[in-house]
Design a binder for this molecule. Structure first.
Ligand code: SF4
Length: 139
């Protein structure tokens, strides 16, 4: 099986704050399967560390008010290109991210409030028929 995973789950320090979301279940899957790692926000040209962003009224906006929608959507498009090239059987993405979130995301108020909805990369991958799961769905 070939898998594609959010790079931060694999332990890469690509989170907005320069850290990662290292996940032992994901590391086990990486050890057992051919793996491609992607960080949509870095692929979109954003630096690490970076100012955190949330989706507000459908537009990705950084906490300082700067609109970063174009960078996020460019990164999502790069992820889709990689997925089309690599044809992963399963894509595992980090929860609640404005790029990678599969089930929920923050509501755009930077208050820690969650809402139903997808990150922009997750949405694009699902719309194009890929099998995408939230890392919290792993058994
Ligand atoms: S964009 Fe995705 S892969 Fe990159 S740090 Fe955020 S959650 Fe992780």
């Amino acid at each position: 099986m070939k898998i594609m995973v959010s790079a931060c789950l694999a332990g890469e320090n690509c989170k907005y704050n320069g850290g990662n979301n290292r996940n032992e279940k994901v590391l086990q899957l990486i050890a057992e399967n051919e793996t491609v790692t992607v960080c949509p926000e870095q692929l979109g040209g954003l630096p690490t560390p970076r100012i955190p962003s949330e989706i507000r009224n459908g537009i990705v906006t950084a906490k300082d008010g700067r609109v970063v929608d174009a960078e996020f959507r460019a990164g999502a498009a790069r992820c889709l290109e990689i997925a089309i090239r690599e044809q992963p059987d399963l894509i595992i993405l980090q929860s609640r991210s404005p790029s990678c979130g599969v089930r929920q995301r923050y509501d755009g108020t930077f208050s820690g409030t969650l809402t139903e909805g997808l990150g922009v990369a997750a949405q694009l991958l699902i719309e194009n028929g890929f099998h995408v799961v939230d890392v919290e769905e792993l058994g």
